[in-house]
Design a protein around this ligand. Structure first.
Ligand code: KG4
Ligand code: ZN
Length: 344
């Protein structure tokens, strides 16, 4: 079984060929980071235009690299949701045309489920497992019951964790992508230099595993003058380290509680922020407590097509195909929205 995966939901234009669900035959990722850097964030219109320019070559090069001809592919899997609408349109339409021309089935892939599946390609984890997604657009803790079946325990009620990293870095003008820069600078700073608030959500209004990051973001941003007045050479690295300790603390706290309360001793972390050194070390340390931890290698944490082809192989095995009416869904409410409990 050979599945071609196509990913274009945000700013990476990627294709991968995966054989038998886990063997990556070839992959190509055309990153747009340099093009968005001047704006210190992804510019949606620019991203979709770049996908249009890149996608044919990315897919052609992926086949060339793998020495594979169109004929040898069994199916075409594409990210169809959630993501930037313009970017998704390019990938979905390309995949539809490609599958149609090659006479191969089309598979629709959910980007969130693909991130939560990524580590499965390296190491099989028995279902159910706790699936933690930390990316630029989403933050959630779920119980993954199967490759296409997750129960969301909680999610961010405001900003996504990666979004906060990127906004803080933009505000302090320290580089792009923010998460990568802050993580690097944190290594040189003192995580105890500044104390930031730890959010407490009203249990009458929110689920136990819901999280909030915007208060922390405001605390870091609004006191820029105060922090910089501290004046010491190492203020920025100390700020990065203290912020990182606080933000990773919020999610790690929830992960620990979820493991103990659900009694599921298996956890997988996916999404761009799963590349973060503090989060990786914190989650990996749970192995000492008997928890089975699975985190993909860094290149499979950020957006890639191998995870799309990987999960696509599961759909292929079950005969779960899309048809030519497939259209992109930029927002999936159950991932983004939070449930506000009714107060009496
Ligand atoms: O999963 P991803 O590639 O795209 C989305 O689906 O959103 O995640 C991108 C996010 C960005 O916010 C980026 O700053 C963050 O992942 N990121 C990191 C690190 N590497 C990437 N955040 C913290 N630490 C990192 N090392
Ligand atoms: Zn992603």
């Amino acid at each position: 079984m050979l599945v071609l995966g196509i990913e274009s939901s945000c700013d990476e234009c990627a294709a991968a060929l995966v054989s038998d669900g886990t063997q990556i035959v070839s992959e190509v990722v055309a990153t747009q980071i340099a093009k968005h850097r001047p704006y210190m964030g992804v510019v949606p219109e620019l991203a979709s235009r770049l996908h249009v320019e890149l996608i044919s070559d990315v897919v052609a090069n992926c086949l060339l690299k793998g020495g594979i001809s169109k004929r040898d592919i069994d199916a075409v899997a594409v990210t169809s949701k959630p993501g930037l609408v313009g970017s998704l349109i390019v990938g979905v339409n390309f995949a539809k045309a490609y599958a149609y021309a090659a006479g191969k089935p089309l598979i629709s892939v959910d980007h969130i489920l693909a991130h939560l599946y990524a580590s499965q390609m390296v190491e099989r984890l028995d279902y159910p497992y706790l699936g933690v997604l930390v990316s630029g657009g989403h933050t959630l803790i779920s119980v993954v019951r199967d490759f296409n079946d997750i129960e969301i325990l909680g999610s961010s009620i405001d900003d996504a964790i990666g979004e906060v990293y990127d906004k803080v870095a933009k505000f302090y003008d320290i580089g792009y992508p923010g998460g990568v820069v802050i993580d690097r600078k944190s290594a040189e700073g003192d995580p105890n230099a500044f104390a930031f608030p730890f959010p407490k959500l009203d249990p009458k209004l929110y689920r136990k595993y819901d999280m909030s990051f915007s208060g922390l973001k405001s605390a870091v941003i609004n006191q820029k003058g105060k922090f910089l007045k501290a004046g010491a050479q190492d203020t920025i690295v100390n700020l990065c380290a203290s912020f990182q300790k606080a933000i990773i603390g919020i999610i790690f706290d929830k992960i620990r509680i979820a493991i103990s309360e659900t009694s599921i001793p298996r956890v997988c972390v996916g999404g761009g922020v799963a590349a973060n050194s503090l989060l990786r070390n914190s989650v990996l340390s749970l192995r000492n407590e008997g928890v089975h931890v699975s985190i993909p290698p860094i290149r499979y944490c950020t957006d890639n097509a191998a995870m799309v082809a990987g999960i696509g192989s599961e759909y292929y095995s079950k005969g779960l195909f899309a048809d030519m009416s497939l259209s992109p869904e930029p927002r999936v409410d159950r991932f983004k929205g939070f449930i506000r409990k009714q107060s009496n």
